[in-house]
Design a protein around this ligand. Structure first.
Ligand SMILES: [Zn+2]
Length: 421
């Protein structure tokens, strides 16, 4: 009979190794073409080696063709430890990162993996390197015991999460790699104290508005049609109207309402004394899953049409992205109960189940009808300059995953793993 405390001591003993592997990984850039990079090829090779070092012997690489990058493929790593049942508990992380952005804003260079004051700095440290390391080292501790799990265990470290997952998890889902009754954990969203478990996400819609008027000299505006003025009024009106029409609140979500935010605006004329003939702006919409995305887009188009009639401008509304949200994962599901026990046992905090406006790989699993939970312990510095991961969080998350897997897959082989929880 094994004892959970011994297992957690083993995980604690990996602390230095976790730091070593994490810093080595952060030194290998892994940005997709949308982020100005050449893809994940080199980092995938490193991770494949790490997966083997952690004790997996069934390791596969899935290369999704992508002509835009140097090696012409976007690789994802899948590793399995077979149990008595084919049903699998998956830990899913992503290896790609966004670009560092303004290089001057970084105190510790983005690809150095600098360790200072209990933190590891670097692009992709919190998002999502921490998860790669915490999940793999939890497994290293368990695989080292040489026990056969009841349910099978799977690790997926995927590409292309930051730009839509077409060359990553979406491809793997189409390949039929996952079973309908598998349970999925995605450590790519969380809170500082580790209490937040994400069980639902909002639909994402990106709209592009093109307003065409007539460019003239600013001293004779009556001869033209100021596209910036029409665009500005439209921007405020569309946003207000959508906030008013889709105003339902759902307390599962943070924030509880749908959001309709004007974001990007394209540069127009170079000089101050020209009335612009074109105005282009974008809107980022996070819609509660209860609403029909098409209905929302139609509403935005209808307002644009009214503006056309009123002003004489020509207005085009283009849908740039539409990612529907899957149904919320039940908070009383088997996977939720086990995660709750593991979080309480290791972190001594009370888990809170909630929905968010962001999007993680968990959404694609939910859309495919699977139970998916996004959880980890983070400071929320993803995509920022001087992104970091707290070393204690990496180690403690690994302990939570080890405990979770004991509860789900090795329960009878451990002595009272979570007796009080
Ligand atoms: Zn992420």
């Amino acid at each position: 009979m094994s004892r959970l405390d011994d297992l957690l001591d083993t995980v604690e003993g990996y602390r230095d190794d976790m730091i070593k592997e994490m810093t080595a990984m952060l030194r290998i850039p892994a940005m997709g073409p949308e982020n100005g990079g050449e893809g994940e090829y080199e980092r995938a090779q490193f991770i494949e080696g790490l997966v083997r070092r952690c004790g997996f012997n069934e390791v596969q690489r899935f290369d999704v063709p992508d002509e835009r990058v140097e090696h012409k493929v976007r690789p994802s790593i899948i590793a399995r430890h077979r149990g008595a049942s084919e049903r699998t508990v998956w830990l899913v992380s992503h290896m790609d990162t966004v670009s560092p952005g303004d290089a001057n804003a970084w105190i510790h260079p983005p690809f150095d993996g600098t360790v200072v004051d209990g933190k590891i700095y670097g692009r992709g440290s919190e998002d999502n390197g921490q998860a790669v390391i915490s999940t793999l080292f939890a497994l290293r501790a368990l695989l080292g015991l040489g026990l056969e799990p009841t349910l099978s265990i799977g690790i997926a470290v995927v590409a292309d999460e930051e730009a839509g997952s077409e060359h990553g998890i979406k491809y793997l889902l189409q390949k039929g790699l996952f079973r309908q009754d598998d349970i999925i954990y995605v450590p790519d969203s969380g809170s500082k104290d580790g209490s937040l478990v994400e069980v639902a996400e909002k639909t994402i819609i990106w709209l592009k508005f093109i307003v065409r008027g007539k460019q003239v000299h600013a001293s004779t505006p009556e001869k033209g049609l100021n596209a910036l003025r029409v665009g500005s009024e439209l921007l405020v009106d569309v946003s207000k109207h959508l906030y008013g029409k889709y105003n339902a609140e759902d307390d599962l979500f943070r924030p509880p309402r749908s959001t309709f935010e004007p974001t990007k605006r394209l540069v127009n004329v170079d000089n101050i004394n020209t009335v612009p003939g074109e105005d282009v702006f974008f809107m980022d919409i996070r819609l509660l899953p209860r609403y029909d995305p098409q209905d929302c887009i139609d509403t935005a188009r209808e307002i644009a049409r009214i503006f056309e009639e009123r002003t004489g401008a020509e207005i085009e509304v283009i849908t740039q992205r539409i990612d529907p949200a899957g149904e919320a994962t039940p908070i009383d599901g088997e996977g939720a109960i086990m995660l709750r026990r593991a979080i309480r046992r290791v972190l001594q905090v009370e888990p809170v189940f909630a929905g968010i406006g962001g999007q993680t790989c968990a959404n694609w699993f939910r859309l495919a009808g699977m139970e998916a939970y996004a959880w980890e312990t983070i400071d929320g510095v993803a995509h920022q300059a001087n992104e970091y991961a707290i070393i204690d969080n990496i180690v403690n998350d690994a302990k939570v995953f080890a405990t979770l897997l004991v509860e789900m897959c090795y329960h009878d082989q451990f002595k009272e793993p979570c007796p009080d929880y």
